[in-house]
Ligand binder design. Sequence first.
Ligand SMILES: *[C@@H]1O[C@H](CO)[C@@H](O)[C@H](O)[C@H]1NC(C)=O
Ligand SMILES: *[C@@H]1O[C@H](CO)[C@@H](O)[C@H](O)[C@H]1NC(C)=O
Ligand SMILES: *[C@@H]1O[C@H](CO)[C@@H](O)[C@H](O)[C@H]1NC(C)=O
Length: 446
Amino acid sequence: MKATRALSVASSLALLYDGSLAATSGSINVLAMNVAGLPAILNDNAVPGDKATNAGLIGSKFAQYGYSVIHVQEDFNYHAYIYATDNHPYRTATSGGVPFGDGLNTLSKHDWVNFRRIEWEQCSNASGADCLTPKGFTFMRLALSGSTDNTTTVYVDFYNIHTDAGTEADDLTARQANINQVAAYISTWSSGNAVVIFGDTNSRYSRTGDTAVRSLLASGFTDAWVENQRGGVVPTVESLCSNPSTVNTCETVDKIFYRSSPLVTLKATSFRYDSTRFLQANGSILSDHNPVYADFTWSAGTSFRQSAYFGGDYGTWFSDVPTLSTKTKPKPSTLTFRGASRLDSVGLTLTDGTSLVHGGTGGTTVSLALSSTEYWVEARLCKGDKSGQTRNFYIRAATSAGRTLVAGTATADCATFVAPEGWHIVGFVGQAGDEMDELAFVYAPR
Ligand SMILES: *[C@@H]1O[C@H](CO)[C@@H](O)[C@H](O)[C@H]1NC(C)=O
Ligand SMILES: *[C@@H]1O[C@H](CO)[C@@H](O)[C@H](O)[C@H]1NC(C)=O
Ligand SMILES: *[C@@H]1O[C@H](CO)[C@@H](O)[C@H](O)[C@H]1NC(C)=O
């Protein structure tokens, strides 16, 4: 019964499924809202009414409208009231009120891995009292969709940001430094991945000297508002929004940016200020910011896909996707692993001689040469605990000819990843140091 209902819901949404019932396309919506949660004695945000009552109302509207993923900023001292009335199944734990927290939280219908809070390296006291509390950004790899056996999963890296406020020279300098810090983080930790950044940028395109958001466009991101409400043209003339805003073409500092990857194509199909959904019963506002909303469609890559991650959130990010995506029909000719009591490294050589190797140099090397008609179709991983940290202990690769290559030591905590029908394993993504902390497999069509 359950399966039948799931399938009919799926087909009514016109989703496409691969062999293991993982959706290969779909849609999500996102909302960014600065919830004005500074202690009332510090800042009343010019919002009428009691902040705790208003926070409870904000949470109930998050639940009522069922947004896929919500990023809140300034979620400081009234956080518990928002979570008390919201019902999203996946939510970050608060980092605290002022002066301990960053005010950032995510409320989601989708699970994630690798959540982190990163503090800004620079802040400005010029205006906005930004150095009062450790502001910054958050990062997570959010699973949009996946097969129940984890063989295929579609991930997008989500960033929630709240940059330095104010318009004095020091503020503009700090804000640009904040955006540069996010961009540097993305090039290290999101290489090869689709990314969505949404939050309070405190920046406007039309403000002279305020270069922060424009530099994000220059680094390959699309602004969902510019795309959907401004015909793709970045504004140079100021057009301030009222609150609640009744038009969507005016500009606020709260913004939504995104980019695709070879693993998943994203497209923002709408943008609006969701202000009229966030009002008190008598029509007064609930925040001094208009919440920003966008619809996205997504579709899994036609040339590359990946498995779920397996292991622990340690080590440094690596992705073979940028290298693989420059090649037509990449195919491994040799698999090479290193292991002993745990898994030290994984690697392969493509038929064009390109070598993809990740991890450390310990353990013993094993390798397997594949024939021209032999494909790597299955991988089994086992993980375990090393000094209180989870990492991969074991890998077993199996080919279409039924041959295997094994490294490391099996544990009781294992998972098997099978390439989708007609696809094979051609590379890796994950996090590694001396050993293989976290690993997922990249698939390509044969
Ligand atoms: C709406 O209610 C709030 C809280 O009770 C009050 O502070 C505010 O003045 C009211 N707004 C209007 C427009 O009456
Ligand atoms: C901002 O002001 C606080 C409190 O006076 C001070 O501790 C901090 O060093 C200042 N930071 C900057 C960057 O000026
Ligand atoms: C898939 O991954 C999730 C998250 O790590 C895990 O809880 C679940 O047990 C996995 N499912 C299978 C079949 O391994």
